[in-house]
Design a protein around this ligand. Structure first.
Ligand code: ISL
Ligand code: CA
Length: 544
């Protein structure tokens, strides 16, 4: 047994979690103060989004020093204390590893861009332009060309994200050696693992050929899951991963099941598991910026595919939210039913087979930001996309898309209580607090036995009590229903039934089994009728 299989992870977005010194920015000492809250919630691991030195163009996903903590967040000493306090509480720490690119203010890049003779020039991907234009047609994930002109060397450099995030050249063995050094530094401090940012973008196909077909989607095999991915991961495994009791989850953009198995299948173990995103398209076409109506089948189908596909072969991850995604209660249900919806979604996703990842605020049902002015948004992707959208959409329509899709939707400060700034900070928060904190906050939730938070606690304690939640097989019923999500788990003579009504109406259904032979162990309503109430979720456990 590997510990990560029983992990329940809570993702902290440090800038918005808790501010301990009133500068409006969440910090490490703030996290330390909230560790008892996390322990009490029932999680046993934390994924911490980047806290490294950074000019914060992409809020820390642009690192300028891998060996130090950004002063906004504290010091390395604070970090060590936090790690220690986590471990005392049985909470493991998973750091964010961002090594597809660095910040343009990283000393390597500052030197690299000066001259082709810089010893760091080959740490990055510089190419001559073609006929006064970029070297190829690659597009940035944040919109526009993936190339930026560099006057000093009369070349372009590659950036798959913002132009302030130049891509590292993984072909260069020196780059790989640097990454191993970074990994060892944090592992030797006692860190328990890494969430590896856009790890499947590391390998760029030789010759950097144009992509064909749709932008980005057409990059599979070219800069998505490129030819040397296995070589790089095998090398990291050989030299670092295999030497520590550690965990890795690779964030893999646009990955399919088969490719993922190539990285994570037991026996291969290049990574322990991956984040995959097919289920994030249930209310959009491949990108949050192209919305469509939510359909339950579009959520269930990919999730089931991965459940069946990894079963017995590899370990899965379970998530509906993270710092890049809008809030799930805004996406998959009616806001009027927010409390039932949040509990139902938790039941549906976190009772599947895999590692639950709870994103901060999800456990109290936090909602999208809904700012009304573009100036209120801070996220680089949002601002880039807004500019692009404004070329062909009215201000009103562009804003409507931003309100739906912006990553700032989930980055608003954590709502701790009814006090000033939701109890997040005594100073002015770096990003505006959602005004609904008077209604949605941790303190009130703790005191309300029917709160989303207390439901999460029940669900997580059940997950810990019954090993069927972790190890049981998955089998889906009514896969084609757009109203009902129903699956069972089976393990050592026990059967678990998870039943969710994804509609705002009462729903009749045939439970297949004689439910009187089961015990109802969780229910987001006090009623237990034959038909399901709006957004009702129930879990039954029985012997078989
Ligand atoms: O958020 C997205 C689009 O809105 C995704 O395409 C996202 O950019 C992609 O999943 C990669 O995300 C990760 O790497 C980015 C960083 O901005 C994200 O915050 C991070 O999760 C670049 O480091
Ligand atoms: Ca602070």
């Amino acid at each position: 047994m590997r510990w990560y299989k029983e992990a329940i992870v809570y993702q902290i977005y440090p800038r918005s979690f808790y501010d301990s010194n009133g500068d409006g920015i969440g910090d490490i000492r703030g996290i330390i103060q909230k560790l008892d809250y996390l322990k009490d919630l029932g999680v046993n691991a934390v994924w911490l989004s980047p806290i490294y030195d950074s000019p914060l163009d992409d809020m820390g996903y642009d690192i300028s020093n891998y060996y130090d903590v950004h002063k906004d967040y504290g010091t390395l000493e604070d970090f060590k204390e936090m790690l220690d306090e986590m471990h005392k509480r049985g909470i493991r720490l998973i750091m964010d590893l961002v090594v597809n690119h660095t910040s343009d203010e990283h000393p390597w890049f500052l030197d690299a861009k000066k001259s082709v003779n810089s010893p760091y020039h080959d740490y990055y991907i510089f190419r001559k332009g073609k006929n006064g234009r970029a070297p190829n047609n690659w597009r940035s994930f944040f919109g526009g060309s993936a190339w930026e002109y560099n006057e000093a060397t009369d070349e372009y450099y590659l950036h798959l994200f913002s132009r302030r995030q130049p891509d590292l050249n993984w072909e260069n063995p020196k780059v790989r050696a640097e990454v191993k050094k970074i990994l060892k530094f944090w592992l030797d401090l006692g860190v328990d693992g890494f969430r590896c940012d856009v790890i499947n973008l590391l390998s760029k196909k030789e010759g950097l050929p144009n992509t064909r077909g749709l932008p980005i989607l057409g990059a599979k095999g070219i800069y998505i899951d490129g030819p040397k991915m296995h070589d790089y991961l095998q090398e990291l495994k050989r030299d670092v991963f295999s030497k520590y009791d550690m965990f890795t989850v690779g964030e893999c953009v646009l990955i399919d099941l088969k490719t993922a198995l190539g990285y994570i299948k037991e026996g291969i173990d290049e990574l322990n598991t991956v984040f995959h995103f097919e289920h994030m398209n249930a209310d959009c076409f491949y990108s949050k910026w192209i919305p469509r109506k939510f359909k339950l089948r579009r959520l269930k189908k990919p999730l089931s595919k991965w459940q069946y596909g990894l079963q017995g072969k590899a370990w899965n991850t379970l998530f509906l939210e993270n710092h890049d995604q809008p809030r799930s209660v805004n996406r998959y249900g009616k806001l009027e039913n927010r409390v039932e919806v949040a509990k139902m979604l938790a039941t549906y996703i976190f009772s599947q087979r895999g590692i639950p990842f709870i994103y901060q605020g999800q456990e109290i049902g936090m909602t999208n930001a809904h700012y009304t002015k573009i100036e209120q948004y801070k996220d680089v992707e949002t601002l880039n996309m807004y500019k692009t959208l404004r070329k062909f959409l009215s201000e009103k329509r562009a804003m409507r898309l931003v309100q739906k899709a912006s990553r700032d939707n989930s980055r608003t400060p954590m709502q701790w209580n009814r006090g000033k700034n939701a109890g997040f900070s005594t100073g002015e928060p770096w990003l505006e607090v959602n005004p609904n904190y008077l209604e949605i906050n941790v303190e009130d939730s703790l005191g309300d036995e029917n709160s989303i938070l207390n439901y999460y606690k029940k669900l997580l304690s059940l997950r810990k009590k019954h090993s069927i939640f972790v190890y049981g097989d998955y089998r889906e019923h009514y896969p084609r229903s757009n109203k009902l999500a129903y699956y069972e788990r089976n393990y050592k003579g026990k059967k678990l039934l998870v039943i969710c009504n994804f509609t705002a109406k009462e729903l009749e259904f045939d439970p297949i089994y004689n439910l009187s032979r089961f015990k109802l162990i969780l229910n987001n309503y006090s009623q237990d009728k034959k038909q399901l109430m709006p957004y009702q979720a129930k879990i039954y456990l029985g012997d078989f």
